[in-house]
Design a protein around this ligand. Structure first.
Ligand code: BGP
Length: 473
């Protein structure tokens, strides 16, 4: 039985967001277009030619203009950290310029000022599904090696400008999701069904080298900064004890684990090389790439965790469920969210232990949460949402984090996803809400954009102030 005071005194409680899902102001402040401006329906439909009015992300929740109000609410909950991303196309509107856009940099200065005002530690994602559109259309995104240099330039600008004020950096959001969503994750314009395996794995290689170069830049320009990778974690269980199912689940899981292995150990694992060979993929890798990967490994591993999946070698039993960007075989022992994501708190303890055993690097849970439809009601004259389902989900996951800490796992912090309602990534909906703070905006774009505290707001504030002691086991 865990004692929840097991959370370390300096545990980084907070919340997580991404620029394209909260900022809006898609064409203000000198910002260039990003891939999100042509993805009005997330990954559910093909990209559009140009920006369209039905794209909720054009306004999102208007964080660009309301950041001070929002960060004040985070402070009221007692946040120790706030995860946000910097929109690459605010800093380099096209992506391949040599000089950054000062207005974009100044915006993030203001956001960081607000965080500092409340002693909130910024946790910055440098690329969260926001490749500048020009890089997608002109270079085919990360398939092209030129992006390594553009990203390194961008990273150097960020570390030079913010490196003394921002300690925690993540290079690429859910880097492994490029396997499933090449446009959103890798800025790759070639449609997925026409993309060759070689181009896909070359894009992955290019991102990994760029990540190492960013770490190198941090070492030079921001010696106090810590650079982490960010992977989409999805524990994969064998559907049955049949050894073929066990091997199948290991093989599927390794498609994700490979990214952490390379980020942490600095080299391609044997099973990954074999998989490339089996798929007939030959990568262009230079000796310099190898040296960079080896020398500039990450300081910590961060990950998102929403669900687990199962795997089987028996094709007739491979029933693919919905869920996250990846999906996978459904686990008959678990219940799912309204969007079909299977809910598995124990899976979070499994992942924490697995990653710790494997890498011995501090772990940061930078996304977790329940996307659900909320109903705004009035209680004592105040508008609110009675989101007990969200409280239960988060409570049960945090209890498992406590268990993992008790197991000896080093966990740096916890930033649940969408701490304020935002536009969802996969389906681009506002009705799929994750927040402690309700934002009055609907899927058709109507709404006042006013903010209201949900029941979970007070619940999370108590969890933070008690350092986890208030959790219910
Ligand atoms: C992750 C992404 C986030 C986020 C979250 C929830 O994959 O890093 O950007 O949105 O999942 O997914 P969704 O918004 O599709 O519900």
């Amino acid at each position: 039985m865990t004692n929840s005071s097991i959370f370390p005194a300096d545990f980084l409680w907070g919340g997580a967001t991404a620029a394209n899902q909260i900022e809006g102001a898609y064409n203000e402040g000198g910002k260039g277009l990003s891939i999100q401006d042509v993805m009005p329906k997330g990954i559910t439909t093909p990209r559009t030619e140009g920006p369209t009015d039905d794209n909720l992300k054009q306004v999102a929740i208007d964080f660009y203009h309301r950041y001070a109000e929002d960060i004040a609410l985070f402070a009221e909950m007692g946040f120790k950290t706030f995860r946000f991303s910097i929109a690459w196309s605010r800093i380099f509107p096209l992506g391949d310029e040599t000089e950054p856009n000062e207005e974009g940099l100044a915006f993030y200065d203001r956001v960081i000022d607000e965080c500092e005002k409340y002693g909130i530690e910024p946790l910055v994602t440098m690329s969260h599904y926001e490749t500048p559109l020009h890089l997608t259309e002109t270079y085919d995104g990360w398939v092209n090696r030129d992006l390594i240099g553009f990203y390194e330039r961008y990273a150097r600008v960020l570390f030079a400008r913010f490196g003394s004020r921002v300690k925690y950096w993540l290079t690429f959001n859910e880097i492994n999701s490029v396997l499933h969503a090449p446009l959103m994750s890798g800025g790759i314009n070639t449609p997925k069904d026409q993309l060759s395996k070689t181009d896909l794995y070359q894009a992955i290689h290019n991102e990994l080298v760029a990540s190492a170069l960013a770490t190198k830049a941090a070492r030079e320009l921001a010696p106090n900064a810590q650079v982490g990778c960010m992977v989409l974690a999805m524990p994969t269980y064998p559907l049955t004890p049949d050894p073929d199912d066990v091997m199948a689940s290991l093989t599927t899981e390794r498609t994700n684990l490979a990214f952490g292995d390379i980020h942490v150990r600095g080299e391609y694992p044997g099973y990954y090389l074999r998989s490339l060979r089996d798929q007939g993929v030959e990568l262009a890798i230079t000796d310099e790439d190898r040296a960079l990967l080896k020398e500039y490994t990450v300081d910590f591993v961060s990950f998102s965790y929403y669900m687990s999946i199962a795997e089987t070698a028996d094709e007739s039993k491979r029933v693919i469920g919905e869920g996250n960007i990846m999906g996978g075989v459904s686990n008959p022992t678990l219940q799912a969210s309204e969007w079909g994501w299977q809910i598995d708190p124990v899976g979070l303890r499994v992942v924490l232990n697995q990653f710790w055993d494997r890498w011995q690097k501090p772990l940061f849970i930078v996304e977790n949460g329940l996307g659900a439809k909320d109903k705004l009601v009035e209680v004592d004259g105040q508008k609110t949402v009675l989101d007990d389902y969200r409280i239960t989900y988060l409570n049960d996951h945090l209890v498992q984090v406590g268990e993992a800490i008790d197991d000896g796992v080093e966990v740096m912090g916890y930033t649940p996803w969408g701490c304020i309602d935002l536009v969802s990534a996969s389906t681009a909906q506002l009705s799929k809400r994750y927040g402690f703070i309700y934002v009055d905006r609907n899927d058709d774009g109507t709404g006042t954009l006013d903010r209201y505290k949900k029941k979970s707001f007070g619940w999370y504030a108590e969890v933070i102030s008690s350092n986890g002691a208030s959790l219910t086991r």
